[in-house]
Design a binder for this molecule. Structure first.
Ligand code: 13P
Ligand code: SF4
Length: 303
C-alpha cells in the first residue's frame, strides 16, 4: 500500500473504532500527520486524561502509553510498537526506590514522567520537563530526591536555593551524549543563531543555552521569536514542525547524534496495524495504577 492509502485507511479506522491518536513531537512526520494531537509529554498526558474516545493509540514510548492508561483506565490504550521503550525510564526501579525510602523516610520523591508505573506509585509527585521547576518550587518539603534524570534534576537544582535536592544517576542516552565542545563549535559556526535546548542535555550544554524547555516549549519559543536562526538541542523529530511552521527561519540540529531510536520505531504501517488488530494493549495492575495516579494527578493539579 502506498503511504497516502495507509494514511487514508488509518483515518477511516480511527473513526470506525472511535479512536484518538496521540503523537509525541519526536515521532516521524507521517505519524505526526495522522495524530489528533501532537505535543510534549505534558500536553499528551492532559489529552489522555480528557479523551472521550474508546481507544487511545499512543505513538511514543512505553511510559507515555502507560501514563495514558493510568489516567484513563476505562479506555483501551494501544502502543503500536511493543518494545518502543525509554532507556532512561529503566534506570530506576521501584525496588531500588523502596530501599532508598526506607533509609530516607522524610525525603519527598519527585519523579520525572519518564518512569514506570511502579516508580510513579512509589513517588510523591510526577513532573515533566515543562513543569518540573514549578512543581519542585511549590513543594513544602526541604529534602527532595529527583528520579531518574540527573540532568533535568541538576537544571532545577541550580535554580533552587531553599531545598536540598538529591539526584538519581539516570540520564537520556540521546541528549546526554551531546558534548560542550560540539556546542561551542556549532555556536561559532552559526553566530546569529539562538541556542534552544532540552533540559535532558547535560549541565555543561544547558549552561550554554539561550533558552531551556520541553519539546513544545522549544517549538513555541522559535515560533514566537523575532530571530531568524536557531540551533536546536533536542531530538531531531521537532525539526520538521519547526521548518513547516517557520518557512523563513533557519534551523540547525545541534548534533547529528540527537536521534532517539525508540521514538523512531513507530512507522505509519505500525499505527495502521495497531488500529486494525487492536494491539499492543497496555495493562497496569490496579493497585499500582491507583498509587501512580495520585502522583500524576498531583502534577496535573500543580501544572
Ligand atoms: P517532552 O516532550 O516533555 O519535552 O519530553 C521529551 C522526552 O524526551 C520524552 O521522552
Ligand atoms: Fe527516553 Fe531520551 Fe528517547 Fe526521550 S529521547 S524517549 S528520554 S531515550
Amino acid at each position: 500500500m502506498d503511504i497516502k492509502r495507509v494514511i487514508d485507511e488509518v483515518n477511516r479506522l480511527k473513526k470506525e473504532k472511535n479512536a484518538i491518536i496521540l503523537g509525541h513531537n519526536y515521532q516521524v512526520p507521517e505519524v505526526q500527520q495522522v495524530a489528533d494531537i501532537v505535543g510534549d509529554s505534558l500536553a499528551l498526558s492532559k489529552a489522555a486524561a480528557e479523551a472521550e474516545s474508546d481507544t487511545i493509540v499512543f505513538c511514543g514510548v512505553h511510559f507515555m502509553a502507560e501514563s495514558a492508561k493510568i489516567l484513563s483506565p476505562n479506555k483501551r490504550v494501544l502502543l503500536p510498537v511493543k518494545d518502543a521503550g525509554c532507556p532512561m525510564a529503566d534506570m530506576v526501579t521501584a525496588e531500588k526506590l523502596r530501599e532508598y525510602k526506607k533509609e530516607n523516610p522524610d525525603t519527598t520523591i519527585v519523579c520525572y514522567v519518564n518512569s514506570s508505573a511502579e516508580v510513579k506509585a512509589e513517588s510523591d509527585v510526577c513532573c515533566t520537563s515543562s513543569n518540573a521547576l514549578k512543581i519542585v518550587k511549590t513543594l513544602d518539603s526541604k529534602r527532595i530526591l529527583f528520579v531518574p534524570d540527573k540532568n533535568l534534576g541538576s537544571y532545577i537544582k541550580n535554580q533552587i536555593n531553599d531545598k536540598e535536592i538529591e539526584l538519581w544517576p539516570g540520564f537520556c542516552i540521546t541528549h546526554h551524549r551531546v558534548q560542550e565542545e560540539e556546542v561551542l563549535k556549532v555556536k561559532k559556526a552559526k553566530p546569529n543563531a539562538i541556542l534552544l535546548v532540552h533540559p535532558e542535555c547535560n549541565e555543561d550544554v544547558v549552561k550554554l543555552a539561550d533558552f531551556v524547555g520541553s519539546t513544545s516549549q522549544i517549538i513555541d519559543y522559535a515560533n514566537k521569536s523575532d530571530n531568524n536562526e536557531f540551533i536546536i538541542g533536542t531530538e531531531m523529530g521537532v525539526m520538521e514542525k519547526l521548518k513547516n511552521d517557520n518557512p523563513n527561519k533557519k534551523f540547525y540540529l545541534l548534533s547529528p547524534g540527537l536521534i532517539c531510536n525508540n521514538m523512531k520505531k513507530t512507522g505509519i504501517a505500525d499505527v495502521l496495524e495497531a488500529l486494525k488488530e487492536e494491539k499492543h494493549e497496555i495493562h497496569v495492575d490496579e493497585d499500582i495504577r491507583k498509587k501512580a495516579l495520585v502522583s500524576l494527578n498531583r502534577m496535573l493539579k500543580l501544572s
